[in-house]
Design a protein. Structure first.
Length: 287
């Protein structure tokens, strides 16, 4: 029997998940706040597309809660604190109201590794403290609590803390190298990354798990932990271009840590196809 999935937020990550779900013959419903995105989704063959604001209630009657899987990967409506509160807190509270029923399903909220404030290059996992996290990070943590409170008796809720997403269409560092642009910040800062397609794989792998029966929080990163200079120098070499400089104007106490994804690997069997930035960037440079 075909599975049913609703994807709330169909931007860079959500659209890729929708396409992967269609490829598995799942019945896909999608929610977006963007009319142009909605048009693209319909052209791609998405079965049911709804446009609206997640924090509102108007969409509740337009999407069936009879789903096997539900994903909330809506991004912030704006980069400021109000935008974060509106999309993450308001959005999850709206979802919670929509899901006040007895239907069993698996729910995923995509959070961020930005909830880890550590700055000494240490390896951090899901058990580490969030003391000192930024105001945006605090909002994400509050949203995670809302997610895990989603009727835990009836549905499994998972939080996936995603490292920096990159992949097709996201090549900011390549563009900077091509322009010979000085890059702000320190080249020694660690970049925790995850390729878009590997993030999609992680969500699907979590959906398919029957154990654990309860929800969990998982970090999703490639565990390579290269620093910014290493990545940029490799790109320059691959393009046969001069290395670019960093201005080294780093904010005091800026996060600088190695985010471990060992828990999701050990508990679900997930592993990234793009375990190295080199493999992914080589493909992007060749495309």
């Amino acid at each position: 029997m075909s599975k049913k999935i609703t994807i709330l937020g169909c931007g860079y990550l959500g659209k890729a998940l929708a396409e992967a779900s269609l490829a598995m013959d799942w019945e896909v419903s999608a929610f977006t706040r963007n009319e142009a995105t909605a048009k693209d989704l319909r052209v791609a063959g998405i079965h049911h597309v709804v446009v609206g604001r997640l924090e509102d209630q108007a969409w509740h009657s337009k999407l069936s809660f009879e789903q096997d899987y539900i994903v909330n990967c809506v991004g912030a409506a704006a980069p400021n604190l109000d935008g974060y509160r509106q999309s993450y807190l308001g959005g999850l509270r709206s979802i919670n109201e929509w899901l006040q029923d007895d239907r069993r399903c698996t729910f995923i909220f995509t959070s961020s590794t930005s909830v880890y404030p550590q700055s000494q290059g240490e390896v951090v996992d899901e058990t580490f403290s969030h003391s000192g996290v930024s105001e945006r990070g605090k909002i994400l943590l509050e949203a995670e609590e809302e997610c895990m409170a989603l009727n835990a008796e009836k549905r499994r809720s998972f939080v996936l803390r995603l490292a920096g997403l990159y992949g097709p269409g996201r090549h900011l560092l390549i563009d900077k190298v091509k322009r010979g642009e000085i890059i702000s910040g320190s080249g020694n800062r660690i970049l925790n990354l995850i390729h878009r397609d590997d993030a999609v794989k992680a969500m699907i792998q979590v959906f398919k798990q029957t154990n654990p029966k309860e929800g969990k929080i998982y970090n999703v990163s490639d565990n390579e932990w290269a620093n910014r200079r290493e990545i940029v120098d490799w790109i320059a070499g691959a393009l046969s271009l001069p290395k670019v400089a960093f201005d080294d104007q780093e904010l005091m106490g800026a996060p600088n840590r190695k985010v471990s994804s060992d828990r999701i690997r050990n508990e679900t069997g997930w592993s990234p196809f793009y375990s190295s930035f080199r493999k992914a960037y080589q493909e992007m440079l060749a495309s």
